[in-house]
Design a protein around this ligand. Structure first.
Ligand SMILES: C[S@@+](CC[C@H](N)C(=O)[O-])C[C@H]1O[C@@H](n2cnc3c(N)ncnc32)[C@H](O)[C@@H]1O
Length: 298
C-alpha cells in the first residue's frame, strides 16, 4: 500500500488551525520535524516544546483527493513560505522501525563500541554496548553522549562507584559497568528512561542490582550512602545550574564530575558556578556543545 505525504513549513504558533484543516481533509497522522536544526530539549516532564519553525508532515491515504486542501494551503496566511509545500507518494514500509537504518555501530575512545542490538558487533572482543534506545535519548550519535562516553572510558576504574544523572537510554550507566564499575546508580526524572535503562541493562547481561535506578524523588534523603567516585550528568545547562549543590553532595571528596548537554557559550557560567565545589578543568568543545569536568574539593 502507498500513501501521500504532504509537507509544509510553518511557524510553531500557527500549527493549530492548519492541523485541523489537515484532519478535515482526511489526514491520518501528523508529525512535527525541526525545519532549521534548532536544538530543543524537554524542560519539564510532560511538556512538549517545539522549534520556532516546524516542518508539518501529514500522511493521507493514496486515493484521497487533496486538490481542495492544496488550493487552501497555497493561500493560507499561516504559511509564509508557500514554496515549502510539497506532496509526494510514499511506498509502505515498516515505519515504526525505519529509524533503525540510521543507527550504526560507533567506536568511542580505544575500547568502547555502541552497537544496535539487532546487529552483530564489528569487533566482538571489544567492550560492546548493545543498545535499543527505544523512546529514550542516548544512542551515542549525539556529540554530548559521545564526549561523555570518551570521558568515562578514560576515567572509570574497576573499583569506581558511578552515578549517571539523567540516564536516558542508560547508555552511560551501561558503559560504566562494562568498563569495570562494580556499582552504578542511574537517575532520571522520566519514567520511560528508567524503563529503557533497565531493558538495556538486561540486553547487556548486566546482573540485576549492579545498576540501581531512581527517579530523583526516590533518592534517599541521606546522600552519604550514594556518594560516588564519578558522577556524569548529560542534561541541560539550566537543570545543571539548579542541581549543582545536590550533585556535589553525590560525589566523594576528590571524586570526579563530568557535565554535558550545555552549549559552548554556557560553559563559563557553569564553570564559575561549579567552582564552589569542584576544581574545574578547561571545557572540551565539540560542534556547538561543551563538556566540563572537575575534581571535588575536600
Ligand atoms: C540529553 S539526555 C542524556 C541521556 C544519556 N545519559 C546520554 O548521555 O545520552 C538527558 C536526560 O536527562 C533527563 N533529565 C532532564 N532533567 C533532569 C532532572 N532535573 N533530573 C533528572 N533527570 C533529568 C531527561 O529525562 C533525559 O533522559
Amino acid at each position: 500500500m502507498a500513501w501521500q505525504q504532504l509537507r509544509v513549513q510553518v511557524r510553531s504558533d500557527q500549527i493549530e488551525p492548519l492541523e485541523q484543516l489537515l484532519l478535515d481533509y482526511g489526514g491520518l497522522s501528523i508529525s512535527y520535524l525541526d525545519a532549521k536544526d534548532q536544538p530543543v530539549f524537554q524542560k519539564e516532564p510532560g511538556s512538549t516544546p517545539l522549534w520556532d519553525l516546524v516542518d508539518l508532515v501529514c500522511l493521507f491515504e493514496q486515493g484521497a483527493n487533496l486538490d481542495g486542501l492544496l488550493f487552501l494551503l497555497r493561500q493560507h496566511a499561516a504559511i509564509e513560505d508557500k514554496g515549502s509545500l510539497t506532496l509526494e507518494v510514499l511506498e509502505d514500509q515498516a515505519w515504526e522501525r525505519s529509524w533503525m537504518a540510521d543507527f550504526k555501530a560507533m567506536k568511542f575512545g580505544e575500547r568502547l563500541w555502541v552497537c544496535p542490538s539487532w546487529q552483530d558487533p564489528p569487533e566482538p572482543n571489544a567492550i560492546n554496548i548493545m543498545l535499543d534506545p527505544g523512546l529514550a535519548f542516548g544512542s551515542g550519535s549525539h556529540a554530548t553522549t559521545s564526549m561523555c562516553l570518551q570521558w568515562l572510558e578514560k576515567n572509570v576504574r574497576d573499583d569506581s562507584t558511578v552515578i549517571d544523572y539523567g540516564c536516558g537510554s542508560g547508555i552511560l550507566a551501561i558503559a560504566a559497568v562494562l568498563l569495570g564499575a562494580p556499582r552504578v546508580i542511574a537517575v532520571d526524572n522520566d519514567p520511560q528512561a528508567i524503563t529503557a535503562t533497565i531493558e538495556n541493562a538486561k540486553r547487556n547481561h548486566i546482573p540485576e542490582g549492579v545498576i540501581e535506578t531512581y527517579l530523583p524523588v526516590q533518592l534517599p534523603d541521606d546522600r552519604a550512602g550514594l556518594q560516588s567516585d564519578i558522577l556524569v550528568a548529560n542534561i541541560l545547562a539550566e537543570p545543571l545550574m539548579q542541581l549543582a549543590e545536590d550533585l556535589s553532595h553525590l560525589v566523594k571528596p576528590r571524586g570526579c564530575i563530568a557535565l554535558s548537554g550545555l552549549l559552548a557559550e554556557q560553559a563559563d557560567g557553569l564553570l564559575d558556578h561549579y567552582s564552589a565545589w569542584f576544581e574545574m578543568d578547561e571545557a572540551v568543545l565539540r560542534e556547538e556543545w561543551a563538556q566540563l569536568s572537575g575534581t571535588r574539593l575536600n
